[in-house]
Design a protein around this ligand. Structure first.
Ligand code: URA
Length: 236
């Protein structure tokens, strides 16, 4: 990528200033226009300059964090919730040593596997927008043997919540009690409800892939790490 080039993860200069807590939209743009901001020791007056990996940014002579956004992959353990508050279960956010992050979508307390955690709201929004139809893959263990007709029923769209027809999904049988389900929605308890509708029940659920990003098999439950540049590309 050349200087000034944009991707989902390259941010405008004024946004980097805002994320550093320097001020609101207007204050940050004014600072830049009034020549108070340097990029790599040169005054930069373009508020929309796309900050590059090795850029050093100074505001009024003070170096700020040029990469304040973080993107984490976690192997979510059982017994944790993805939101902030619940009296019964602790939050996965307690497992990381930051207080400005949230989960991209939610997994049930008893679901394990791939969870993306970030402090980048626009990134999170983009991945969750229903019209973007981002696929998620789950490994499912069932209580009863999986009926082979389910492949077709899932393809047609399973009815849940009395009258909601889920969008077409892909069920790939591994053996009698295990399959992979690929869905592009994120309704509350969706996979569990889909199996209930088909007279079966989920015994355990693990998310193994989000869009083109797979869970790192080396991450033990509860472990997390930053996404690599290559992995971030897989979320574009
Ligand atoms: N579907 C569910 O039922 N639970 C999850 O955690 C994710 C998808």
């Amino acid at each position: 990528m050349t200087a000034g080039e944009e991707s989902m993860f390259t941010k405008s200069l004024y946004r980097i200033l805002m994320k550093n807590g320097i001020g609101n939209y207007k204050t940050c743009k004014t600072l830049i226009k009034h020549e108070q901001v340097k990029v790599n020791q040169l005054i930069m007056t373009n508020c929309n300059y796309k900050v590059q990996k090795d850029d050093i940014i100074e505001v009024n002579g003070h170096i700020i964090n040029s990469h304040p956004y973080i993107y984490i992959m976690m192997n979510k353990p059982k017994g944790y919730i993805c939101s902030n508050v619940d009296e019964k279960y602790p939050s996965v956010l307690n497992l990381i040593d930051r207080d400005d992050c949230y989960c991209v979508g939610r997994l049930d307390q008893d679901t394990t596997g791939l969870l993306i955690i970030t402090n980048d709201q626009s990134f999170s929004k983009r991945l969750l927008l229903p019209q973007n139809k981002v696929y998620k893959y789950y490994k499912v263990e069932t209580l009863k043997p999986i009926d082979h007709t389910l492949t077709n029923i899932f393809k047609q769209g399973v009815i849940i919540d009395q009258n909601y027809r889920c969008s077409s999904s892909v069920l790939t049988i591994i053996d009698d009690y295990h399959c992979i389900v690929k869905i592009n929605e994120g309704k509350y308890h969706q996979i569990k409800k889909m199996f209930m509708s088909c007279h079966n029940q989920v015994a355990s659920l693990k998310r193994i892939q989000f869009h083109h990003l797979s869970l790192d098999p080396l991450l033990k439950m509860g472990e997390y790490r930053l996404l690599t540049d290559e992995e971030m590309e897989k979320l574009l």
